[in-house]
Ligand binder design. Structure first.
Ligand SMILES: [Zn+2]
Length: 475
């Protein structure tokens, strides 16, 4: 233990990277020592994160895996009794997804549960392996000018993920089988194309789908080049070392977003049987990198609408942090969070969509949505956007914040909200929802802004018109 204590003292953050929650998962046997909601056991993340809503409703948040099964199986009819109240339709849908994720698992009462330390090839924790990892970490840290995963402007979980890609230690089917884990899949084929294998180099780089996503990403950045043959080499070279300054940082963040998006898409197919279209993947790459870059880009003026065309055009450094009033998003009053919403319709009426983005007082994005509404008038789409935002505010728990501003660039929609006598009767249903939600929230106010200051909501609404499904992301 002495050696270990010394190692920890040397670099606490580095230890977290190799020893944090994300590094451990359970190989479930009998299920009597694994927490159903809180441990990582059946997917990349704990079920309490993947299904946070169901988790909040669970009667036994600390239930063991064993307690949620009936005779070792998760296919049973007791599910509804595990929650504090009757589930609403969309919660039932989530429950359906949860049941799909764990439906194939069976508990093996005679097999002990085993904690896997993922960085180690065999899953067992050893100080030796940890010190080797830390050694290679500090080597990469010392190299001047070289690419360092830990400098990526992305959340620690994503840094770790890229690091695991580099070490070739993602739990792909090929890797799991090599470790002697029974993967339960009939074949080790790539879930995207069916011809390659489920291993890192293929799914994140060589697969035709991966190539298309990378090509789209390169086009988005207006970069033309031949990529090295090996993914590891590409990462080692700082993903091609394009650009300098903050554009370089953003490029790296974007590359990490491509890898992460492909990995999540692969998991979606495997665990939920849900495959995503190429267009959707490219959009998710832009969205994810937007999230991460925006959190970091405090000293730039950031034109959000341009981001979706080309990141190179969307920013220039500014001296200080002066907000350009009226044409740039401005923070809400202290204690408030702000939800920017927008509706959009192509024609009167025409195919419509809506979108919105919730930010905290510092401008960090907390949640966003974008979805189709069918054939509508744009004013109706604006009202639906406000209703959707309120619905999200009512349903969520927002770190104790209870005061919100809803900001829209539609003067008409806002005048309907504020003056009941002006409301068209045909929209009664939505106004009832809106009034109801306002009563449930301690403090909501409405504000009109120029379209320029509502740019991201505008882009999400326009994008929503063409979406097949609703997109909802929460940080
Ligand atoms: Zn493939």
């Amino acid at each position: 233990m002495g050696v270990f204590a010394e190692v920890i003292e040397k670099d606490e953050e580095c230890v977290y990277r190799h020893m944090g929650f994300h590094c451990f998962s359970w190989s479930v046997g009998g299920g009597g020592s694994v927490l159903f909601w809180l441990d990582r056991w059946c997917s990349d993340d704990a079920l309490c994160h993947l299904f946070s809503r169901l988790f909040r409703l669970a009667c036994l948040p600390l239930a063991w895996v064993l307690q949620m099964a009936v005779s070792g199986s998760f296919v049973h009819d007791k599910w509804l009794s595990f929650f504090k109240r009757d589930l609403r339709p969309f919660e039932l849908q989530q429950l359906g997804e949860l049941r799909r994720v764990i439906g194939g698992w069976r508990l093996l009462p005679t097999v002990p549960d085993r904690l896997i330390w993922e960085p180690a090839l065999h899953g067992g924790f050893s100080v030796k392996e940890l010190s080797l990892l830390m050694h290679s970490f500090s080597l990469s840290g010392d190299a001047v000018g070289a690419f360092r995963v830990w400098d990526l402007g992305v959340p620690p979980k994503i840094q770790c993920f890229v690091w695991f890609v580099l070490l070739e230690r993602l739990p792909t089917l090929v890797m799991l089988q090599a470790r002697g884990v029974h993967v339960g899949a009939s074949s080790l084929a790539c879930v995207f194309c069916g011809t390659g294998c489920d291993e890192i180099q293929h799914i994140l780089y060589d697969c035709s789908l991966a190539r298309h996503v990378w090509d789209g990403f390169f086009r988005w950045w207006r970069v033309a080049c031949v990529r090295p043959q090996l993914l590891g080499e590409f990462i080692d070279q700082g993903f091609g070392s394009f650009f300098s300054g903050f554009h370089r940082q953003w490029w790296l963040v974007g590359c990490a977003a491509v890898l992460w998006t492909l990995w999540l898409a692969r998991n979606e197919v495997i665990f939920r049987g849900k495959s995503l279209e190429l267009v959707e993947l490219c959009c998710l790459v832009k969205l994810r990198s937007f999230f991460w870059v925006k959190a970091d880009a405090l000293d730039c003026f950031f034109d959000e609408a341009q981001w979706w065309c080309c990141p190179l055009d969307c920013s220039f450094p500014i001296a200080g942090r002066a907000v350009r009033h009226g044409i740039e998003w401005s923070p809400p009053l202290a204690g408030f969070w702000k939800f920017n919403v927008d509706g959009s319709a192509r024609g009167k009426p025409g195919p419509a969509g809506c979108g919105g983005v919730l930010r905290d007082g510092d401008g960090h994005i907390i949640a966003l949505f974008s979805g189709p509404l069918g054939i509508l008038d744009s004013n109706v789409a604006e009202i639906r956007a406000i209703a959707a935002a309120l619905d999200i505010l009512v349903e969520g728990r927002w770190e104790g914040v209870s005061s919100f501003v809803i900001e829209s660039d539609s003067a008409v929609a806002l005048s309907w909200i504020l003056h009941k006598e002006r409301r068209p009767w045909s929209l009664d249903r939505w106004f009832r929802d809106i009034d109801g939600a306002c009563l449930m929230l301690p403090c909501v106010c409405f504000n009109h802004v120029l379209r320029e200051a509502n740019a991201l909501a505008d882009v999400l609404a326009k994008g929503g018109v063409d979406r097949a499904d609703w997109l909802f992301l929460c940080s």
